[in-house]
Design a protein around this ligand. Structure first.
Ligand SMILES: Cc1cc2nc3c(=O)[nH]c(=O)nc-3n(C[C@H](O)[C@H](O)[C@H](O)COP(=O)(O)O)c2cc1C
Length: 493
């Protein structure tokens, strides 16, 4: 089922018993966070806070805080089937983008027809513009203050729309917006983001960058905003692909930018390249407060919304959090895209405690000398994988999601004197251990088995494996004894 709006998705969740309406008054400062975190930690439902004192609209949190709701949002029985669909789409298009497809690919016609049917549709009137506020007053929105030392209330789950001034291509990303005043917000796009790149291009032309922030929209469009969508593929087209139905876009009132017609609330305005203002502290997904730092200022010049809008928020912090659940889903559904570039990769685990940017484990089919190091460097050159600071490469038969097994392989099979690849390069803006912001060390650990082809001079020992006949006999013996039979099939400790 395709959800065209946040409201349709909420209805579905409520019908499935996966949404709870909270009718008691709950404060938008700190208290919504506490209820949300406790609910998410218990794998609980999405929350609709209907009575938020001082707020003109209800607040939804924990919308996508469980893999089951993410799969439902993406209209799939599970995340693996989303991964399969993305693999088929990406295989259809060359890295050079849609135009390149015309020239380069034998599957051209299929590519174009698939993408054409997903192209957004333009509409003239839209639910998100049912009401146009006569003046801009951000205090009318239930913007949340999540943690005690946050520098201000923050729009935590907006889909921010910017455009490339050279190509006119629009882009969406989730970037938090801390409230500075009644019509200004901090535009927290980190330096590596496409939104920040668009900003630099507008700044180089000496022009203000038009911006629109969408608060509350159908979940596939949200997912397309937070996902590392391959370059050359529009987020709006990707959202249409995830929904299996094109997105409807409407022109904003104050600029050429287009926004999803079914949005709940739209903030329109601009960022002036000559102006910055300190953003933060903010309780971030590292579990630490991000230090105050200057960011561009988003001047909101128009607010439009539905007749009866719903405000969407999320809470970041030390996992478990909604963005951690989403990060895991991104890892699963984008594995085929990684495999397209590196077919030797069997599986990948970006463990939640590693915050998706700190620790990664990949298993590979190792075929030639230096192969694990080639994989490390290729991954460090692949989109947001550039941020992974500890990258472990193991053999194809190692289960990367079993971290005990991974640690066993690292401890036993990696020699710190020769199996570490130490490099320096870009690191995530939120990383805290690098002395210089955005630049730091990364290490690859080759924990694969070694042989003469790796220049390893000693014979690699043989691993102990059971004798199959003895194993079968043992199972029969155990099955015949009630006390032992119970132990069969239990996971090993
Ligand atoms: C809840 C949530 C909050 C996020 N907040 C920010 C943010 O404040 N700044 C930022 O640069 N990225 C943030 N991200 C990550 C980006 O949305 C993500 O990297 C996305 O792929 C956009 O990257 P791009 O602009 O390079 O395409 C957030 C992600 C989530 C799920």
């Amino acid at each position: 089922m395709t959800f065209r709006s946040l409201g349709e998705f909420l209805e579905k969740l409520e019908g499935a018993g996966d949404l709870v309406r909270v009718q008691r008054p709950v404060a938008r400062d700190l208290e919504i966070t506490e209820v949300t975190q406790r609910t998410l930690a218990a794998d609980g439902p999405a929350l609709l806070f209907e009575n938020v004192p001082g707020a003109a609209m209800p607040v939804v949190t924990n919308l996508l805080g469980s893999p089951r709701r993410i799969a439902l949002a993406l209209d799939a029985p599970d995340l693996d089937s989303v991964a399969d669909r993305i693999a088929r789409l990406v295989r259809l298009r060359p890295p050079a983008g849609v135009l390149g497809a015309v020239r380069d690919l034998s599957g051209t016609i299929e590519t174009l027809s698939t993408l054409r049917t997903l192209a957004p549709k333009r509409v003239k009137s839209a639910p998100c513009q049912e009401v146009e506020e006569p003046t801009v007053d951000l205090d009318r929105l239930p913007i949340l203050k999540c943690w005690p030392k946050d520098g201000g209330r923050t729009v935590t789950f907006p889909v921010v729309v910017t455009s490339d001034p050279e190509t006119g291509e629009s882009h969406t990303g989730i970037y938090r917006l801390q409230q500075y005043g009644s019509d200004t917000l901090g535009m927290h796009f980190q330096v590596h983001r496409v939104g920040a790149n668009n900003y630099r291009k507008w700044a180089a032309r000496g022009e203000k960058m038009p911006v629109a922030a969408v608060i509350g929209i159908d979940p596939a469009t949200i997912f397309a905003g937070l996902a590392p969508v391959p370059e050359g593929l529009s987020n709006f087209v990707f959202a249409g692909f995830l929904r299996s139905e094109p997105l409807e876009l409407v022109r904003t009132r104050t600029s050429e930018l287009e926004v999803p017609a079914q949005a709940e609330v739209v903030l329109e305005g601009y960022v002036d390249p000559t102006e910055r203002h300190v953003e933060g502290p903010f309780g971030d997904h590292t579990g630490y407060y991000s230090a105050p730092e200057p960011f561009p200022v988003f001047h909101v010049t128009r607010v439009t919304h539905r007749e009866r809008p719903v405000y969407l928020g999320t809470v970041t912090g030390k996992p478990p959090t909604e963005d951690a659940v989403l990060g895991k889903a991104v890892e699963r559904v984008f594995l085929p895209v990684v495999r397209l570039v590196l077919p030797e990769i069997v599986d990948m685990n970006l463990p939640v405690p590693g915050l998706f940017i700190n620790v990664g484990v990949v298993s590979i089919r190792k075929s030639y000398p230096g192969h694990p190091r080639k994989v490390m460097h290729a991954l460090w050159g692949l989109g947001q994988m550039m941020f992974v600071r500890y990258l472990v490469v193991v053999d194809a038969d190692v289960h990367v999601h079993d971290l005990s097994e991974v640690l066993y392989r690292v401890g036993l099979q990696a020699d710190p004197a020769r199996d570490l690849e130490l490099v320096e390069g870009p690191v995530d803006q939120l990383s805290i251990s690098n002395p210089v912001p955005n630049l730091g060390g990364k290490v690859g650990i080759d924990a694969t088995r070694k042989g003469p082809e790796d220049g390893f001079p000693r014979p690699w020992p043989e691993e102990i494996r059971s004798d199959p006949a003895a194993a079968r006999a043992a199972e029969e013996t155990m099955r015949s004894d009630p006390a032992l039979a119970r132990l069969l099939g239990r996971p090993a400790k």
